[in-house]
Design a protein around this ligand. Structure first.
Ligand SMILES: [Cu+2]
Length: 131
């Protein structure tokens, strides 16, 4: 059977290592929702302000974002802001990333969250022997 070309292409692109998208709501109130999120390396998380003056700063200073991110090369500004901002970040490496809102939290208290990044599942290559 001959499949239409676009269908063959999408079947090749869809593998077990597909990245997923997640959403973390920032507020309303002084919470991240979900505050704890487990993803796989390569997945993308979008943070979206749902009300209040907030930002998202990594405990290890690897990012500081609100209306874009500091140092993103596009004029991003990570200072806390009360507009309905959103930004996305791909977490490429496994590890545990703590973050907090500078207005309402610290790394250990208040408005904070954690993202656990698990190693991505490697694509298994199979070989066949023909007798
Ligand atoms: Cu806040």
């Amino acid at each position: 059977m001959r499949l239409p070309a676009p269908l063959v292409l999408s079947a090749l692109l869809a593998g077990p290592a597909c990245a997923a998208d997640y959403l973390v709501l920032v507020g309303p109130g002084q919470t991240f929702n979900p505050a704890e999120l487990t993803i796989a390396a390569g997945d993308r998380v979008t943070f979206r302000n749902s009300g209040g003056t907030h930002n998202v700063k990594a405990n290890d200073n690897s990012f500081r974002c609100a209306n874009g991110c500091d140092g993103d090369g596009q004029g991003g500004d990570g200072a806390a802001a009360n507009n309905i901002w959103h930004f996305s970040r791909v977490f490429a490496s496994a590890g545990t990333i703590g973050y907090y809102c500078e207005t309402h939290g610290t790394p250990s208290n208040g408005m904070r969250g954690t993202i656990v990044v698990l190693p991505s599942t490697p694509v298994e290559l199979q070989s066949f022997e023909i007798d």
